[in-house]
Design a protein around this ligand. Structure first.
Ligand SMILES: [Zn+2]
Length: 225
């Protein structure tokens, strides 16, 4: 029976692993473990910044979601930005995402937050349905943003013009047998594939580094909850 609880510093490694999956599938982000650790350390154990919730099943962290703190002058209340919602691919469709989201919403309500806002990829219909099912409604507001110069990376956050939407070769593929995800941004150390090799360009005899399954058992990894 999966249980939901607030994350502790010892959960950071497991959360980084989940974020890696999330950023592999979102159009605008690529994973970078050191940044994900830095970000999680800013939240976990620091309730003024926000709260991370994790789902633990059989001693393993299999899902997470974060609520980041903001203030609404319109509501005169604390409000939250929901981020980093992810469930381990092999365990999707079992209601873990719903459990996490319900828990976070209930917790926020009990802690006097007035509203929760979130962003999704524009074409992620599954996510839109998921959030609508849980009482979220689509806002007519449009997100704008500016990446600041002190973020010297160009790494984790890709510029809008270079988003994965325009780079189909950055498509991640998932092994249907074991849930392993091949992400071109990362390559695969195990089989000596450097970062930047798209799935179509893998050697013909390449197989899943986890279960040795053939490439034919991989499916495009679409974002879903
Ligand atoms: Zn596999």
């Amino acid at each position: 029976m999966p249980t939901i609880r607030i994350a502790e510093p010892s959960d950071i490694d497991a959360c980084v692993r989940l974020l890696h999956l999330l950023f592999s599938q979102e159009h605008e982000f690529v994973p970078d473990s050191s940044k994900q650790v830095a970000g999680l350390e800013m939240i976990i154990g620091n309730p003024s910044t926000g709260t991370v919730f994790v789902c633990e099943s059989e001693g393993r962290i299999v899902g997470m979601v974060a609520l980041l703190n903001l203030v609404s002058t319109a509501l005169g209340k604390k409000v939250a930005m929901l981020e980093d919602m992810i469930v381990e691919p092999a365990l999707r469709g079992q209601g873990i995402g719903s459990q996490l989201l319900d828990y976070a919403c209930k917790w926020a309500n009990e802690n006097e937050y007035g509203r929760i806002t979130l962003l999704t990829d524009g074409d992620n219909d599954a996510a839109h349905r998921f959030y609508e099912t849980h009482g979220f409604s689509r806002s007519s507001m449009v997100a704008f943003r500016k990446f600041l110069e002190n973020d010297s990376t160009g790494g984790t956050v890709m510029n809008q013009t270079e988003s994965k939407q325009d780079k189909p070769e950055m498509q991640a593929w998932m092994c249907e047998e074991c849930g392993y995800i091949y992400d071109p941004a990362e390559g695969d150390l195990e089989t000596n594939i450097p970062p930047g090799v798209c799935f179509d360009k893998l050697p013909g005899d390449w197989c899943c580094p986890v279960c040795n399954g053939a490439m034919s058992q991989f499916k495009k990894f679409e974002s879903q909850l």
